[in-house]
Write a protein that binds this ligand. Structure first.
Ligand code: SMG
Ligand code: MG
Length: 374
């Protein structure tokens, strides 16, 4: 029986600032949930919220996630609530995908630990190791960018993603292509920094043989992406725009994207992420697993997802050392261009107690009382 949910706020620094078209992250302002039952610590379920401190990537932000969890989502959990129960009950709360995903993942982790099943097996994963790409932030200048990219290639990352924005696009992409040659799988991510009127400019990226252009236009402009896709030859991939399987189906139908970046946090959890995967497999649309600078808790679950058969492109599932000096779990390491998928029950990892305590700013146990629903 579930006794309560521990709400924990913690902080971790990044090894280097990560700059995108919407801002610079120097660390993570973390929200972890732990679903605590009376079956012992081994069965506790963990979830990590992917929201950033500010609403720059999406409208969600971590303090807002904590608020909606405390006021509307945690009250849906009763002593016997499963992840599937919560998924159904949470339909009554509009939006707030990242907040929902945090709690649903913690419940799913607990369900699967009790069942002795690994998340990867539960999702129908077919791989034991997933190829690892790396996302490279906007750099102060091209020589610095080339140095950073070289470092990642030397480490063994099998795909490079460059963050772009107006004023930092054609030149850095051309420079990386020139320096490292045609064999390096390369893609770009604009985080919604362009407008449909930039179509001719973006079409100049076609010269550099990119795997894809990720989210060039604002998240609510699916139609604009469809228009853009008629001008630009490089495949358009959507990230921010894809918030559910229904939106994904519409975007594919509209010709707005040829590839989809699946992030469980953005779509409300692993159950919805699996629906999007299955839809894309049925439509012949390749998918890959995005990243939100997760610590080991979130990363473990993403690796399980990325091991599913439709994930045919390398994801932003990099090693712990790409982000943190010391991860909260045992570090994920890059081996032969990939990272091993955890095998244990649930997400397969748990925080290292002393590391977790060192990062924690506050922690509170919210007891489970009579649930409003479920
Ligand atoms: O986890 O390696 C990572 C970050 C990958 O570029 C990345 N994420 O739009 O895909 C994206 C961004 C969103 C997070 S930026 C703070
Ligand atoms: Mg993106």
């Amino acid at each position: 029986m579930i006794r309560g949910v521990e709400v924990r706020r913690a902080t971790i620094n990044l090894v280097a600032p990560f700059r995108t078209s919407f801002g610079t992250e120097t660390g993570r302002d973390l929200l972890y949930l732990r679903v605590v039952g009376d079956e012992g610590e081994e069965a506790d379920g963990w979830g990590e919220c992917v929201a950033m401190a500010d609403p720059g990537y999406s409208s969600e932000y971590v303090d807002g996630c904590e608020d909606v969890l405390r006021r509307f989502l945690l009250p849906l959990v009763g002593p016997a609530t499963t992840a599937e129960d919560f998924h159904a009950a949470a339909r009554g709360v509009r939006g707030h995908a990242m907040a929902k995903a945090t709690l649903e993942t913690a419940l799913l982790d607990r369900d699967l630990r009790l069942a002795g099943t690994a998340l990867s097996a539960h999702l129908g994963a077919t791989r034991t190791r997933v190829p690892s790409g790396v996302s490279v932030g906007i750099q102060p200048d091209v020589p610095t960018l080339l140095r950073v990219v070289r470092g990642y290639l030397d480490e063994g990352y099998v795909r490079i993603k460059l963050k772009i924005e107006p004023g930092w696009d054609l030149e850095p992409v051309a420079a990386v292509r020139r320096e490292f040659g045609p064999g390096v799988p390369l893609q770009v991510d604009a985080n919604a920094a362009y407008a449909v009127g930039d179509a001719a400019h973006l079409a100049a990226l076609d010269d550099h043989d990119l795997l894809l252009i990720e989210q060039p236009l604002p998240e609510d402009d699916v139609w604009g992406h469809a228009v853009l896709a008629r001008t630009v030859r490089t495949p358009i991939c959507l990230d921010e725009s894809i918030t559910s399987a229904e939106v994904a189906a519409g975007a594919i139908e509209a010709g707005a994207c040829a590839i989809i970046n699946i992030k469980p946090g953005r779509v409300g959890g692993y159950l919805e992420a699996r629906r999007i995967h299955d839809l894309c497999v049925a439509r012949g649309v390749p998918v890959w697993c995005g990243g939100m600078l997760e610590t080991g808790i979130g990363r473990a679950a993403n690796l399980a997802l990325a091991a599913m058969p439709g994930f045919t492109l390398p994801g932003d599932t990099s090693a712990s050392s790409r982000y943190f000096r010391r991860d909260v779990t045992e570090p994920f390491v890059l081996r032969e261009g990939g990272i091993d998928v955890p095998r244990g029950p649930g997400i397969g990892v748990r925080p290292i107690p002393e590391v977790l305590e060192g990062m924690t700013r506050r922690v509170e146990m919210v007891p489970v009382v009579s649930p409003r629903r479920a």
